[in-house]
Design a protein around this ligand. Structure first.
Ligand code: NAD
Ligand code: TDX
Length: 345
């Protein structure tokens, strides 16, 4: 039997890659993409699927409780995959308000509506950042690591994770959570370090490396994340959390040198800048549980993924130039405004 999936935040980086993956793998699944189109939402990310009869886009805000409820009931949704969030740490330092309303209250609206409309299966997309910061020799985070968020972004994501668990334990909502490490790949907004550095270098600009450049992140190619979510929504155990990661820890300096090599630039393009306040030193994920219980592991190595990503940005200059100039925000008006299938009152 096919599924009728509500994807929130599907016009963003990971959500759009997930939608493309699911539509091509499951021809009998329907996807309703519900997204506010904030600065991070871009319908150009889904140009190739917008005419697919199994795909529908609805513009709206997960903070709008009535709209969320109307869509979930009218679209006869039987699975919610919840990506929508404010996702950039630096923005959460400058202005945390939207992080609290979208990530916490928006998630709560979805949970309430999932419960009310027949206890709908709910998968919540979260991050490794909820676990805090590791020292160089600490063991990697796993599903039993205590929460210790340290930025407004990670604190808001932690709060949303707690609410999902509360709805499972208190109301038996059939929910799962995944906490994933840093993603990279096509269609990532060039505020995040990898696309920012690639596009800066392609434009002949310097790259701003924070602090001493020795902070460590674990990198996962975005399609591997989509595959992990696919196994969790099909085989994951209700009430469980799964840690997802690339087993690929790199210092930011190491990462920068790799990007310099792939773009043919030298180290004079690095500019060391003031550190991010509260900058988490290291993230790392232990992915034993999802590997042993669900048979998932990353397929794309960091070297291969980064090479593909640099190639993608080289070949899709108009996409990122539109994003950097702000032009992309006109795409919805020009191409999509009258294509919304249903107006929800
Ligand atoms: P993104 O910023 O690229 O996309 C977020 C999407 O959510 C955008 O399309 C935006 O328009 C939409 N959105 C924001 N506020 C909304 C609202 N109030 N109502 C409806 N839609 C709204 O983010 P991403 O990098 O694709 O991340 C997706 C999810 O994955 C987030 O929950 C994030 O916390 C999580 N995550 C991201 C990473 C990463 O490395 N990018 C890693 C682990 C987890
Ligand atoms: O200009 C920069 N210079 C720099 O040195 C930027 C934007 C970042 N950095 C550093 C900070 C981090 O150590 O690079 C590292 C990665 O930074 P981001 O791309 O901002 O990602 P991060 O803060 O690690 O958070 C990301 O991973 C987990 C996503 O943005 C989150 O949504 C996700 O939950």
């Amino acid at each position: 039997m096919g599924k009728n999936i509500l994807v929130t935040g599907g016009a963003g980086f990971i959500g759009s890659n997930f939608i493309r993956y699911i539509l091509s793998k499951y021809p009998d699944y329907k996807i309703c993409n519900f997204d506010l189109l904030t600065y991070a939402g871009n319908l150009e990310n889904l140009k190739d699927v917008e005419d697919n009869p199994n795909y529908k886009f609805i513009k709206g805000d997960i903070r709008d409780e009535k709209l969320v409820d109307d869509i979930i009931s009218q679209e006869k949704i039987d699975l919610i995959v919840h990506f929508a969030a404010e996702s950039h740490v630096d923005r959460s330092i400058l202005n945390p308000d939207d992080f609290i309303t979208t990530n916490v209250i928006g998630t709560h609206n979805l949970l309430k509506s999932a419960l009310k409309n027949g206890n709908i299966r709910f998968h919540h997309i979260s991050t490794d950042e909820v676990f805090g910061s590791l020292s160089p020799k600490d063991p990697a985070f796993n599903e039993n690591t205590s929460y210790d968020p340290r930025s407004p972004y990670s604190a808001s994501k932690a709060a949303s994770d707690h609410l999902v668990r509360a709805y499972y334990h208190t109301f038996n909502l059939p929910a799962t959570i995944s906490n994933c490490s840093n993603n990279y790949g096509p269609f990532q907004f060039p505020e995040k370090v990898i696309p920012l550095f690639i596009t800066n270098l392609l434009e002949g600009k310097k790259v701003p490396l924070y602090g001493d450049g020795m902070n460590v992140r674990d990198w996962l190619y975005v399609e591997d994340h989509a595959k992990a979510i696919d196994v969790i929504i099909h085989k994951g155990k209700i009430g469980e959390t799964y840690c997802i990661g690339g087993n690929s820890e790199k210092t930011n300096k190491e990462l920068t040198y790799k990007i310099l090599a792939l773009t043919g630039k030298g180290e004079e393009m690095i500019e060391f800048v003031k550190d991010r306040p509260g900058h988490d030193r290291r993230y790392a994920m232990d992915t034993t549980k999802i590997k042993n219980e669900l048979g998932w592991q990353p397929e794309v190595s960091f070297e291969e993924g980064l090479k593909k990503t640099v190639e993608w940005y080289k070949n899709n200059e108009s996409w990122w130039k539109n994003v950097k100039s702000g032009e992309y925000q006109k795409y919805y008006e020009a191409n999509y405004g009258n294509k919304i299938v249903k107006n929800i009152s």
